[in-house]
Design a protein around this ligand. Sequence first.
Ligand code: FAD
Length: 216
Amino acid sequence: DGPSCRAALPSFKLYMADLESALHYSLRVEATRPSVLSGAQLAAFKCYVATLVKYFPGRPSVQTYLQNLDSLERHFRGYPCGLWTIFHLLTVQAAQNEAESWGEVLSTMRCYVRNFFGCQECAEHFEAMAAKSMEKVASREESVLWLWSHHNEVNARLAGGDTEDPKFPKLQWPPPDMCPLCHKEELGVHAWVVPAVVVFLKAHFSPANIYMDYAE
Ligand code: FAD
């Protein structure tokens, strides 16, 4: 349920606290319940925020928040990006570990996405990819590469679509400027240099590459 509303009682006043509470609920809970906004939902969200920026007579701090929300287009990034990153980190850490349990990371991700990931369409796509090939993964390195190549499969599917942030286009990753050694051309066709990709992934998703400063 949403917040209670004093404005519903007979009153000659509107309460800013009620309005802010309703805004908080609609923006932070209700409208952003799907983990990925796309299509009609994305259009509705953008439209709602843009209208609030124009007409909501909020306190300066609330107006600034709405303006930031409007310009940040934060629905493009954030949680799903963090979830991919966590599982890339886990596959790489498990691959560095001598323990036998490296295989558990992919199956844990599959299980998590199937049971909890809020974007149902994404979860179905992921499950379809997992059902096709996840069980064929036979080594630590293959598990790192499975997640990398299937994340790229998702990037390819989303490239040019309405969830793509124009400032962060969906590229085949890592692009050549991040890892020149990861790319080659064979008879004019792009190919990955897989051993170089493995080296890159191990360095990129290593604890040493995690920036620990919480301040922006
Ligand atoms: P993300 O794609 O989220 O990537 C996060 C970061 O990981 C990037 O910034 C980059 O540093 C790195 N990265 C990028 N590619 C790779 C790679 N191949 N290997 C290793 N690291 C990489 N959205 C949909 O619209 N439809 C879907 O079907 C869909 N399925 C999804 C399935 C799962 C399991 C998840 C977690 C998300 C899914 N999403 C889907 C969301 C989508 O993949 C992106 O997460 C979202 O659009 C945000 O993209 P982003 O540009 O922030 O980067």
